[in-house]
Design a protein around this ligand. Structure first.
Ligand code: SF4
Length: 217
């Protein structure tokens, strides 16, 4: 697709549910389509459909909500050529800009003003073979790495990777997030405390406000 058009699932304002920005008012631009199929994906509604919009229209709608914070998410936003210029334009407009990406795409060309929230897929996702570890070399103190953990095996895998690659020193935060309904957050907290890990337990705040199955909030 050309870079002046994006395939968009939804644009809406809510509170940020995750990352160190959790709780802040935020406008979400959610693109359609993803090339991964994580076993626990909670945005499968964004795999198909959507509306083709001019990038200028996406920008106008995103700015129209007036929140200082804007996140580009998906699906996988970096599958679309228009994602990079849109991120730049949102930064030019004075917004604090986040992108949430699966970690499978190259993050090196993203505007350096953007906070990149990069997933690392543990084995329980079924997609760990797709992790682009070369992305680690591009991370900065603006960025966050997110591990969504389904069980103890995922936790052990993530803990070892964080230690081996010294990930907590490379980014603003390493986020450990339990799969909602699969891993008890209390268990995850107990493991993190027992191991003294330099990570931030990341709960999906929007699911506690609106419920686990409500989309577009
Ligand atoms: S990368 Fe994200 S949108 Fe794609 S399948 Fe995994 S959780 Fe779902």
């Amino acid at each position: 697709m050309r870079d002046d058009v994006l395939l968009i699932h939804e644009i809406y304002a809510s509170i940020q549910g995750e990352s160190s920005f959790a709780g802040l008012p935020c406008t979400f631009v959610r693109t359609t389509g993803c090339n991964l199929r994580c076993s626990w994906c909670d945005t499968t509604q964004a795999f198909h459909g959507g509306e083709k919009l001019a990038r200028s229209e996406v920008l106008a709608r995103a700015l129209g909500f007036g929140t200082p914070l804007v996140e580009l998410t998906g699906g996988e936003p970096l599958l679309q050529a228009g994602a990079l210029p849109l991120l730049r334009e949102l930064c030019d407009a004075g917004k604090t800009v986040l992108i949430e990406t699966s970690g499978e795409r190259d993050i090196s060309q993203i505007d350096p003003r953007v906070h990149r929230i990069v997933d690392v897929k543990p084995p329980g996702s079924g997609e760990s073979a797709r992790n682009r570890y070369e992305n680690f070399a591009h991370l900065t103190q603006r960025d966050e790495l997110k591990f969504v953990l389904a069980d103890r095996a995922d936790y052990d895998w993530a803990r070892e990777l964080v230690a081996r690659e010294r990930l907590a020193e490379r980014v603003r935060h390493v986020l450990f997030s339990p799969v909602h309904g699969a891993l008890d957050a209390r268990e995850l907290v107990a493991w993190v405390l027992a191991d003294g890990l330099p990570v931030r337990v990341n709960l999906q705040l929007h699911k506690y406000v609106w419920g686990a199955t409500v989309a577009g909030v």
